[in-house]
Write a protein that binds this ligand. Structure first.
Ligand SMILES: [Zn+2]
Length: 307
């Protein structure tokens, strides 16, 4: 899967709901009345206020109930357009990062000849990371390589000591663990997610996770020999059910995602873009929590134009 190393657009507000103070029930007017006058969150809704055939509480997409499949499609369509709105202006992350070998050389952690030997070996093999070659040739220890990578990315080195796979496996779909090499490690104080990477960070993914979960994400480098076992433990854990779909266009993606919302009838649902994918997460209970919420959740990952 090609990765678009781009910063996502800033989070625009949710589509403003139409408010009619004469028709919209006020707090305390009772459940029956509230149900009868459920308010559709599609600003272009033309079906009126009475929706007796439809549950007055679900589906809810991005904090707004919709009165019909058409209105759900309109809301989902706005969200899809918002997520891809920054596509043209999106640019890969061109911030200058000093190459690992040079950085280590500058710090006196390796010599010129050790660097040359590792680069030559890497070229000859046509594979393997420079850091791995330096370790294999005895020029540096693994912990020095990890320190250098963290310095290169200006991020912390993260430990897997407090890794809690069962608790963090609901934070992101397993596909993102595999496709982007992201390793959720732990959530601290219910607010901060520590996200580990083996070699390079993925700021776009971290931002998407923040938007979806509401957690603050701290990304960092995990030492290779710790990363692999932790990764193994994580993928053996139960993840939320996920549906993977492919769409040729944003229009097709909208149609499919709206159908998913109509089928699941979520009490809460959010949509964010992760590189070329759209990630829809649906909860069957309101007040969703990023970890183990009160009910079940389901993910839909839609690859758009990936043919
Ligand atoms: Zn409507």
């Amino acid at each position: 899967m090609p990765l678009l190393k781009a910063s996502l657009p800033s989070i625009p507000g949710i589509v403003a709901a139409r408010v009619d103070s004469a028709a919209f029930p006020q707090a305390g007017q009772g459940r029956f009345r509230r149900g009868l006058l459920a308010h559709c969150s599609n600003p272009a809704c033309r079906s009126g206020w009475l929706h007796l055939w439809r549950s007055p509480t679900v589906p809810v997409f991005e904090d707004g109930w919709t009165c019909s499949a058409e209105c759900t499609a309109a809301r989902v369509g706005s969200a899809v357009a918002r997520e891809f709105g920054g596509m043209e202006s999106a640019r890969p992350d061109h911030r200058h990062r000093i190459p690992l070998g040079l950085l280590m050389l500058e710090h006196g952690w390796i010599t010129q000849s050790q660097l040359r030997r590792a680069v030559d070996a890497q070229k000859r093999a046509g594979a393997g990371r420079l850091g791995s070659w330096l370790v294999r040739q005895g020029a540096a220890t693994e912990s020095v390589i990890t320190r250098a990578l963290a310095l290169q990315w200006s991020c912390p080195v993260l430990s897997t000591e407090l890794h809690d796979p069962a608790r963090v496996s609901t934070v992101i779909p397993r596909l993102f663990v595999d496709a982007f090499g992201a390793l959720p490690l732990r959530v601290s104080a219910g607010r901060t997610l520590y996200l580990g990477f083996e070699e390079s960070l993925d700021p776009a993914l971290a931002l998407s996770i923040e938007r979806m979960t509401g957690l603050r994400v701290v990304s960092g480098i995990v030492q290779e020999s710790c990363f692999r076992p932790a990764h193994g433990r994580l993928i053996e854990t139960k993840f939320p059910p996920v549906e993977l779909i492919e769409s040729v266009s944003e229009t097709a993606a909208t149609r499919t995602l709206a159908r998913c919302v109509e089928r699941f009838r979520p009490a809460a649902a959010r949509l964010v873009r992760v590189h070329e994918c759209l990630w829809l997460r649906m909860w069957d209970a309101a007040d969703p929590r990023p970890l183990h919420g009160p009910g079940k959740m389901e993910d839909v990952i839609c690859l758009v134009g990936a043919f």
